[in-house]
Design a protein around this ligand. Structure first.
Ligand code: FES
Length: 146
């Protein structure tokens, strides 16, 4: 069986939403302590809805495919829904990632969360801090168990 699903290969070779939004309303940048890779997400937000999203990554193929899929999943969605997106849901939408590559999909989830937090901070919008755990907190420890 192939290591990567057709969907992973499709999003890796033809990633959606790559690039930068110059006048972004929120920008999130996170790094993966395990591999040193970096992910940056740009959001355009209107009335609490993500109207546009772009990403740049210095990451592996799985990170590219995960980000491509994750950006497709949050585009046009309210922030509340984007905040609920988990890396597991992204991996499922990609028809799975190899276990040792699951940590790559965490980059996309964390960068989206961080961009939304940046938006709230810029606008002075109050938010529930528990929704924004520090990146690489507990999840980082779980990587070894995946
Ligand atoms: Fe670093 Fe995949 S190995 S993001």
């Amino acid at each position: 069986m192939a290591l990567y699903s057709e969907k992973v290969m499709d999003h890796f070779t033809n990633p959606r939403n790559v690039g930068k939004i110059e006048d972004a309303d929120g920008i999130g940048e996170v790094g993966n302590a395990k591999c040193g890779d970096i992910m940056k997400i740009y959001l355009k937000i209107e009335n609490d809805v993500i109207t546009d999203v772009k990403f740049n990554t210095f990451g592996c193929g799985s990170a590219i495919a995960s980000s491509s899929m994750a950006t497709e999943m949050i585009k046009g969605k309210p922030l509340s829904q984007a905040l609920e997106l988990t890396n597991k849901a992204v991996a499922e939408a990609l028809d799975g990632l190899p276990a040792h590559k699951m940590h790559c999909s965490v980059l996309a989830e964390e960068a989206i969360r961080s961009a939304i937090k940046d938006y709230y901070d810029r606008r002075g919008i109050a938010y529930d801090k528990s929704q924004f755990p520090e990146p690489h907190g507990e999840e980082e420890h779980n990587f070894e168990e995946d």
